[in-house]
Design a protein around this ligand. Structure first.
Ligand SMILES: *Cc1c(COP(=O)(O)O)cnc(C)c1O
Length: 233
């Protein structure tokens, strides 16, 4: 078994264990393999091990990988998520190549993504990034601004709002982790009460996966835990 295959198995086991510990079904929590900075060979290895959802932070790098993969494995059914900041001048690339964007936090970006989504592709699946712990220079809409942004995004024809994504400040205190994730869960439930299509709460990374799952995460995002040490950009 390759290292990546073994890592995937270990991370999946961690998720299953966290589900069991909080009385959830293992099938309720998906795993997004964050392949930023790793080569397309690493993605191919993960696909061979059964992984099908990948996340990229840097738009240009992500698109190059998506195109390279399509060339080498036209048969592979893979879902690509953009999880990094999206600038206005990158919306066309994102709309043309990704399946999901988890990092939408401004209406202007959402409007451009909708307008630029090619007609022959399905709706672009969208999560709103919410700044849950008030980090000053962080991306993400504030909880106060969230309902209005959600409503506006729902009205855009080529996007489908699926839920929320958050990236809390790292903490090694499980209680702090849990409190922050619980706030995200509450916002998610509010949104879901108004819209039956909301089903995705993307939170939890290698070090806070268990707390995120306990709080209701439906998608955890893991990079180094799967692909190993990240090469310098
Ligand atoms: C890089 C990244 C991850 C994965 O982080 P690792 O430390 O590699 O596990 C998850 N989510 C987002 C938004 C990221 O940028």
């Amino acid at each position: 078994m390759t290292t990546i295959a073994a890592n995937l198995q270990r991370v999946r086991a961690q998720i299953d264990q966290a589900c069991a510990a909080s009385g959830r079904k293992a099938t309720e929590v998906g795993l997004l393999a964050v392949s930023k900075t790793f080569a397309v060979e690493a993605v191919l290895e993960a696909i061979a091990a059964g992984q099908s959802a990948f996340g990229e932070n840097y738009v240009q790098e992500g698109v190059e990988k998506i195109l390279a993969l399509r060339e080498r494995r036209p048969d592979a059914r893979v879902e690509w998520h953009c999880i990094g900041p999206v600038q206005s001048n990158k919306t066309r690339l994102v709309a043309s190549h990704f399946d999901w964007v988890q990092s939408v936090d401004r209406l202007k970006i959402a409007q451009r993504l909708s307008a630029q989504r090619p007609d022959d592709l399905p709706h672009l699946q969208v999560c709103l990034q919410v700044n849950i712990d008030g980090g000053a220079n962080k991306s993400g809409v504030t909880p106060d601004e969230l309902p209005a942004l959600a409503e506006a995004v729902r009205a855009l024809p080529r996007l489908r709002l699926r839920g929320l994504m958050c990236i809390p400040e790292p903490s090694d205190d499980p209680q702090v982790q849990h409190a922050v994730f619980a706030r995200a869960r509450a916002l998610f439930e509010q949104l879901r009460a108004q819209d039956g299509g909301i089903d995705t709460l993307s939170m939890g990374m290698s070090d806070d996966l268990a707390a995120a799952v306990a709080a209701g995460s439906t998608l955890v995002r893991v990079g180094r835990g799967i692909f190993g040490h990240r090469p310098r950009k």
